[in-house]
Ligand binder design. Structure first.
Ligand code: F6P
Length: 413
């Protein structure tokens, strides 16, 4: 490698996003990068010339190991949409001035479908203006909704947290089951894709009955049918557990979270903040069925629980970070690294690279035939797909009884 590497993190964080950062750093150093810069707060921070030299923070092997176990974006993240090239060339001129000043050869961006839009636009601009930098994306999102990759780093760990916490919630509720009906609604992230919510099915096993109903955004939500299902279940059992996606929508497209008041906040990519569906439905059951209810929103816990990260996920996150640097160093640009599943048992995966134009801004949904006919549970195929991804653990480095994290202060540049 003749020049330097710059890496950024973008979009919603995950428990393993920093494992990818560690993979980028390690491979860049191994391949002879003189400097590995980290953008503070993604491309938005870079535009304000906010970056750090990662060698100032990752000084030895222990730091690499701690970084792999540190949840949420070490460098800071953003939800920032670059304008179309023809709309505002000045922004591109500014970014490339900074990249040239720092002698950047490889630009690596760790993110989801919206973040891949940044890789797409920057690589297009580089070609258009004859610049030599290479731009490669590293997949990341708990939502698991990126096209052309078997799955995304971050999904396995969030799925493991969801399945584990769901088991614990079921234990908690069942402890009160004697003559006391209780309906618990668990709200899970994932926006318009039900991959994460479906992972609640993993709670079921020889020591747990599992959740009774699972509602994904891929199937329109019917409120009356839902109340009917609850009534039916309460005739045969006292505790009912329901997993719902934050993004479930009524037949007319309205988010259930909006019916409950929700939030008016919309991000740069036009995504509404989805919150409050569980509370809305719990109140509805309370009112229509007349029993005790509880609403649980996993919210940011499900994407930051590094104490429960999956070993498969941490290792793959590290692997895709390294693969992106290798690809860029070997001349790829406008590409994203993908994970190919080689085998299920034993589980094995490998990396490849794909044209980012086919990935950016898209959404991979759960196939309809992986959801049961009436849209209230996932099928065995779904469960077989996700189970390998939650395997193994990656114990935290504990100091004074708590996990140790690698830490960068908010204003450090
Ligand atoms: O993009 C991943 C994600 O975690 C989604 O599942 C969720 O809808 C969204 O981020 C929440 O974003 P924010 O933290 O910006 O509100």
């Amino acid at each position: 490698m003749y020049g330097n590497v710059i890496v950024g993190q973008s979009g919603g964080p995950t428990a393993v996003i920093n494992s990818s950062l560690a993979g980028v750093f390690r491979t860049a150093i191994d391949r002879g990068a003189k400097k590995v810069y980290g953008m503070r707060f993604g491309i938005q921070g870079l535009l304000d010339e906010m970056y750090v030299d990662l060698s100032d923070y990752i000084k030895n092997e222990l730091d690499v190991e701690i970084l792999k176990r540190t949840p949420s974006a070490f460098l800071g993240t953003c939800r920032y949409k670059l304008p179309a090239i023809h709309e505002n060339q000045d922004i591109y001129v500014k970014i490339f001035e900074i990249l040239n000043k720092l002698d950047i050869e490889c630009f690596i961006y760790i993110g989801g479908n919206d973040s891949m839009d940044t890789i797409k636009k920057l690589s297009d601009y580089a070609i258009l203006t004859g610049q030599t930098q290479k731009f490669v994306g590293v997949p990341k999102t708990i939502d698991n909704d990126l096209a052309l990759t078997d799955h995304t780093p971050g999904y396995g760990s969030a799925a493991k947290y969801i399945a584990t916490s769901t088991k614990e919630i079921i234990r908690d509720g069942n402890g009160f089951s004697y003559k006391k009906p209780l309906v618990t609604i668990i709200e899970i992230m994932g926006r318009n894709a039900g991959w994460l919510t479906g992972a609640a099915a993993l709670a079921k096993g020889e020591d747990c009955e599992g959740v009774d109903l699972i509602y994904l955004p891929e199937v329109p939500f019917d409120t009356e049918a839902f109340i009917e299902e609850i009534n039916k279940l309460l005739k045969v059992k006292n505790t009912v557990f329901v997993a719902i996606s934050e993004g479930i929508r009524l037949q007319d497209g309205t988010y259930v979270s909006e019916a409950g008041g929700g939030s008016d906040y919309v991000d740069a990519f036009g995504h509404k903040q989805l919150t409050g569906s569980a509370t809305y439905l719990a109140n509805l059951v309370n009112h229509k069925v007349g029993c005790k209810t509880r609403a649980v929103e996993f919210s940011s816990l499900q994407r930051s629980a590094s104490h429960l990260a999956s070993r498969v996920d941490i290792n793959e996150a590290f692997m895709v970070g390294g693969a992106a640097v290798k690809a860029a160093d070997e001349g790829d640009s406008g590409k994203m690294v993908v994970i190919d599943r080689v085998s299920d048992d034993p589980y094995q995966s490998a990396t490849g690279v794909y044209d980012v134009h086919k990935i950016a801004n898209g959404e991979k949904l759960v196939p309809r035939n992986w959801i049961n006919e009436n849209g209230t549970y996932v099928t065995e195929d779904f469960i077989d797909y996700v189970r390998p991804l939650i395997q193994g653990d990656y114990p935290c480095v504990m100091v004074n009884g708590l996990p140790r994290h690698l830490y960068l202060k908010a204003d450090e540049v």
